[in-house]
Design a protein around this ligand. Structure first.
Ligand code: ARG
Length: 473
């Protein structure tokens, strides 16, 4: 019979390879080759994927229904053994796939050797990695939502709190603090959406691609895909086993999340400095110095900023790993996993730490923020806008205000210190309402263009942000 699954016990010394092999691997090469040390993290997905494969083998008559049930039950028993700490495969298993198959055969006997019918570790590992990434993406999206929720809470409390806004790290125009925080909400929103889009491409089944060319057995790839809740199947078996675009995309999305967290971290670090003093760090999220007793260090944002580099590194690493690979599977691909695992862990822990930091690890110093926006020339644009509104061409007004700023600086004055006579000497269009026009609150409130920092706009933005979170869109 053409399509019978072999039960013969062909094996070499290590029990893994066919009789083509006469001697076992050199112990150092066995260690070098093994991935069990890290791919054990895939075990739950490997078991689930294998159960689906076993069901499909029975469903299509490649093995008997009874054999299928024995395989599924045996795999379930391995799951229990793993969860209770009884199954701890070592280096002899090479990787998680062999470890499971070997244990299965110990548990259910020779029928265990039928599990790998019409399958290769190449499509198997691709399936496991996608199942793993699928659930990690959902977790990261949940963490993003928690991060957004704390940004929203802080924003709600600070619509009318002002903070200096910067360009080139020079004071530019004052802002509603809520507006500043909502900028990070929007970044996180794109991150959340981006991961949702990538999920679609992660969620495609390579199972049944075989080693590279498909299989001679009458398998049903759509059946396994359905059992595993995949949205579709790879149309080409070569692509199925060798594609890692989904992993690159994930690392790219992770890198962008880290960019956002790192920028926020940098701001928090600046804000906590003696030079800014816009926030105080609470003891729960900062550490001291072992030598300088006065210090309180912003470790959390510094670590987040620092960890950003390693996620970028994983993206770069995988791109370089892929660029020279001929089709189809090459062992190089084993190297994708540690990068993914570390990126997943890093993004999740950084999101969690930043959420805690914002929620309870720092406090905005309203007194300092108020003083900061009252003591600078960040209302200069508003003087020019004032004149422009009264018909003076903007460029002319801009030049005139530049002159006023220069002389005020020389005299150690702020714009609010100029007398009405001084204003009117500069231009006859100035009237008493110039003082309210350059008051920081008014300066912020007046920027009421869509998406601007005006309080009304910010309230609208807050509402829209809340709605979007509820709509899950
Ligand atoms: N441990 C391997 C990996 O992670 C599994 C696939 C091995 N395939 C092979 N043809 N050697 O990529």
């Amino acid at each position: 019979m053409q399509h019978s699954a072999s039960t013969s016990a062909d094996s070499n010394q290590s029990g893994t390879w066919s009789q083509r092999f006469e001697s076992a691997l050199h112990p150092a090469i066995a260690r070098f080759n093994a991935s069990i040390g890290f791919d054990i993290q895939l075990i739950e997905y490997d078991l689930t994927g294998s159960q689906a494969h076993a069901k499909m083998l029975a469903h299509t008559g490649i093995i008997s229904v009874d054999e299928g049930e024995q395989l599924v039950a045996g795999l379930e028993q391995i799951r229990q053994e793993y969860r209770t700490g009884q199954f701890t495969p070592g280096i002899e298993a090479e990787d998680v796939h062999f470890a499971v198959e070997r244990r299965l055969t110990e548990l259910v006997g020779d029928v265990g050797k039928k599990l790998h019918t019409a399958r290769s570790r190449n499509d198997q590992v691709g399936t496991d990695t996608r199942l793993y990434l699928r659930s990690q993406i959902q977790l990261i999206r949940e963490r993003l939502r928690e991060f957004q929720a704390v940004l929203l809470t802080l924003a709600e409390q600070n619509v009318e709190t002002l903070i200096p806004g910067y360009t080139h790290l020079q004071r530019a125009q004052p802002l509603s603090l809520a507006h500043h925080l909502l900028a990070y909400f929007e970044m996180a929103q794109r991150d959340w959406q981006r991961l949702g889009e990538i999920y679609q491409r992660v969620n495609v089944s390579p199972l049944g691609s075989g080693a590279l060319a498909g299989t001679t057995f009458p398998i049903d790839r759509h059946y396994t895909a359905e059992l595993l809740n995949f949205g579709g199947v790879y149309a080409n078996s070569l692509d199925g086993v060798s594609d890692r675009d989904f992993a690159i995309e994930f690392l790219c999305a992770s890198s962008i999340i880290m960019v956002h967290l790192s920028r926020l971290s940098e701001e928090v670090i600046l804000w906590a400095s003696e030079e800014f003093r816009f926030i105080t760090l609470k003891d729960s999220c900062s550490t001291g110095s072992s030598i300088m007793p006065q210090k309180k260090n912003p470790d959390v944002p510094e670590l987040v900023r620092g960890k950003t580099g390693r996620v970028f590194g994983h993206l770069q690493g995988l791109l370089v790993l892929m660029k020279g690979l001929p089709l189809a599977y090459n062992k190089d691909l084993q190297e994708d996993k540690e990068a993914l695992f570390d990126a997943v862990l890093t993004v999740q822990s950084c999101l969690e730490a930043m959420t805690i930091l914002l929620r309870e690890g720092m406090e905005f110093r309203r007194d300092r923020l108020q003083a900061a926006v009252s003591e600078d020339f960040s209302n200069a644009t508003d003087v020019a806008d004032y004149l422009a509104t009264k018909g003076v061409p903007f460029r002319e007004a801009y030049n005139l205000v530049g002159k006023v700023v220069k002389t005020s600086l020389e005299q150690g004055k702020l714009l609010k210190d100029l007398t009405l006579e001084e204003w009117q000497a500069l231009h006859p269009k100035f009237e008493a309402d110039i003082y309210s026009a350059i008051d920081p609150r008014q300066v912020v409130a007046a920027r009421n263009s869509y998406g601007g920092t005006g309080f009304d706009q910010v309230r609208q933005a807050l509402k829209s942000a809340q709605e979007r979170i509820l709509d899950e869109g």
